[in-house]
Design a protein around this ligand. Structure first.
Ligand code: SAH
Ligand code: SF4
Length: 397
């Protein structure tokens, strides 16, 4: 069900060897500093940075030409010095359930390689969640995760993280002007109401870029998504958890998946370094927790591995004293995996034990399975994309 983009819809074409840096992803201060390259005098930089910030992050413009309150000659100088970088959209797929998945191609890294990441949008009745990536691939090797089998890894820049959100807003028509012009605007005034860092990669291994990116995405004069609506999911990089609370300040999700070190060592090998006890201690101390601000514990249901009633009871014991929600994720299979998803009855029993102990534990309905967009199925699709489709795309079909 691959929807090939029409050329007219596609963002500006990528210019090979374009030496111009992108303004996306710079903090406000860095943006003001960068303007010296376009000859903006020091005294004007903050003011100009504020204007440009508004055009880029509030209006969503893709060219300097549209910045009508900036004099033409300065617009030209900006154009000569910078780009407003968006990734190239390789494919956009729409699932039968409305989930959308994009394969995005990044600008070349310092070795000239152009890597790809995936991004998923999941519309629900009361919200729309955008799932973004923080790395190409992942250095960790959780045994049930498809991304963990991908060898190639690099960190995304803050610009590449922010540009994912901007690209999704372009495609879903979610910029304020689009919403104003929409005869049936979405509930709450926007399509993307939540962002989760649950795509490819371990966000706490790319701390600085994730931090800058979340600062930009949550900036009230721009994309303006509250940090309470952004969730960072980690496999348990314990030493970074306190810093994440203090410096990034988003909601936190922990990929727990096992209730004993023996099981978790097998599923999330990072557990050998940071075992369950230390992980939960870091959670207990996460700043700002309350019943209204809980940590989400993600728990993937693997048949015969971690899904017994005894596991459920141990989980209840482990979470005592932590304001927590549990998110049960039916395992999403991928080619070559050794695991199977638990039976539905088993999942219901597990959820029931948690419910009785007072933990709301919604079972996450798998979304977009038909387009391999569900949790843990992400892997750079390019490896699977057929040559024919690529040719069709390049021909602008
Ligand atoms: N690296 C981070 C964030 C990305 S993974 C982390 O591990 O938390 C996002 C979530 O998807 C994690 O909870 C992960 O454990 C889960 N996941 C990975 N593979 C899965 C699969 N095949 N089926 C269901 N969930 C999976
Ligand atoms: Fe990496 Fe998360 Fe997958 Fe583990 S589950 S391999 S940390 S992306």
């Amino acid at each position: 069900m691959t929807t090939l983009l029409k050329t007219a819809d596609a963002p500006p074409r990528y210019i090979p060897n374009d030496p111009r840096p992108s303004l996306i992803g710079l903090t406000r201060e860095a943006l003001a500093d960068a303007l010296s390259r376009a000859g903006v005098p020091e005294k004007q930089r903050r003011m100009r940075a504020g204007q440009i910030w508004h055009w880029i992050y509030h209006r969503g413009v893709q060219s300097f030409g549209e910045m009508t309150n900036i004099a033409k000659d300065l617009r030209q100088r900006l154009e000569d010095a910078f780009v407003i970088g968006r990734p190239e959209i390789v494919t956009e797929q729409v699932s039968t359930d409305g989930t959308r998945k994009w394969l995005l191609r990044l600008s070349p890294d310092e070795r000239g390689a152009r890597h790809e990441v995936e991004m998923v949008y999941i519309p629900e009745e009361d919200r729309g969640t955008l799932c973004i990536s923080s790395q190409v691939g992942c250095t960790l090797t959780c045994t049930f995760c498809h991304t963990g089998t991908q060898k190639l890894v690099r960190n995304l820049s803050s610009g590449e993280i922010v540009a994912q959100v901007m690209t999704a807003r372009d495609r879903i028509r979610d910029w304020p002007a689009d919403i104003e012009a929409n005869p049936s605007p979405p509930l709450g005034g926007r399509y993307i109401t939540n962002v989760v860092l649950m795509g490819m990669g371990e966000p706490l291994y790319n701390f600085d870029s994730v931090k800058d990116a979340m600062e930009i995405v949550s900036d009230g004069e721009g994309i303006s998504l509250s940090k309470r609506r952004i969730t960072l999911s980690t496999s348990g990089v314990v030493p970074e958890i306190p810093r994440a609370g203090e410096e990034i300040g988003t909601m936190l999700a922990i990929s727990l998946h096992g209730t004993t070190d023996e099981i978790r060592d097998r599923l999330v090998p990072l557990n050998k370094k940071y075992p369950i006890k230390e992980l939960l201690e870091a959670c207990r101390n996460y700043p700002g927790l309350s019943n209204a601000r809980r940590i989400t514990f993600e728990y993937v249901m693997l048949k015969g591995v971690n899904d017994s009633a005894a596991d459920a009871k141990r989980l209840v014991q482990l979470l005592k004293g932590i304001p927590a929600k549990v998110n049960l994720i039916p395992f999403n299979p991928w080619p070559g995996t050794q695991y199977e998803c638990s039976d539905w009855d088993t999942i219901e029993n597990f959820a029931e034990i948690l419910n009785r102990a007072g933990y709301a534990s919604p079972v996450r309905t798998p979304r977009g399975r038909d387009i391999m967009a569900a949790c843990g199925q992400l892997k750079s699709e390019s490896q699977k994309l057929r040559a024919k489709e690529r040719l069709a795309l390049e021909a602008g079909a």
